[in-house]
Design a protein. Structure first.
Lengths: 116, 116
């Protein structure tokens, strides 16, 4: 998990509330990703960013939002529109460049979100 | 469509015996293949990857994987299992021709249990 810090480790959301998950990396990576993990379903991509001030929707972006104002930071907001937010959220980063598809994604330790 | 299948939800092995965790994939272009391991409530740790070249890839902790293009498989193997290998294992693929930011497609995971 070295180099990518996710906080908090546990988070509780009340109905109607927006919550923000933090992801910071000191690896000087250009690309950052947010995944959602549910039991038995593997990881699914929520949003990704290949460069500062740019990001793209993944497979399950509805009810989530992100920003990429700094290279090292990629916060994820779980909005009240996400009706089933209980899951384990993982942030990842990787090097960019022309061969970016060959690059390893490195993961943070995750944030477990639960609904009160 | 790109996909990864891990046909076994759980694999049970006795310590000292060889282990195999199976993975098959489907992509339209050339595949970039990855194996990750996850310990409880932790992020994913990279084990090994296949990009090109030798079909047998060696990785961390004594693990290796064999790329078989005709069978579209990338099975993870270890000659002698340790109790400490018990964890959740994920296979992932990227399609060389993918234009969606090089996202990783994950299998649903295989729980490996090594008994003393």
């Amino acid at each position: 998990d070295g180099g990518i810090t996710q906080s908090p480790k546990y988070l509780f959301r009340k109905e109607g509330q927006n919550v923000t998950l933090s992801c910071e990396q000191n690896l000087n990576h250009d690309a950052m990703y947010w995944y959602r993990q549910d039991p038995g379903q593997g990881l699914r991509l929520i949003y990704y960013s290949q460069i500062v001030n740019d990001f793209q929707k993944g497979d399950i972006a509805e009810g989530y939002s992100v920003s990429r104002e700094k290279k090292e930071s990629f916060p994820l907001t779980v909005t009240s529109a996400q009706k089933n937010p209980t899951a384990f959220y993982l942030c990842a980063s990787s090097m960019g460049g022309s061969g970016y598809k060959r690059n390893i994604q490195y993961f943070g330790a995750g944030t477990r979100l639960s609904v009160l | 469509a790109q996909s990864v299948a891990q046909p076994e939800d759980q694999v049970n092995v006795a310590e000292g015996n060889p282990l195999t965790v199976k993975c098959t994939y489907s992509v339209s272009g050339n595949p970039y293949l990855f194996w990750y391991v996850q310990y409880p409530n932790r992020g994913l740790q990279f084990l090994l990857k296949y990009i090109t070249g030798d079909n047998l890839v060696k990785g961390s902790y004594g693990f290796e994987a064999e790329f078989n293009k005709s069978q579209t498989s990338f099975h993870l193997k270890k000659p002698s299992a340790l109790v400490s290998d018990s964890a959740l294992y994920f296979c992932a693929v990227r399609d060389e021709g993918d234009n969606q930011g090089g996202k990783l497609i994950f299998g649903q995971g295989t729980e490996l249990s090594v008994k003393p």
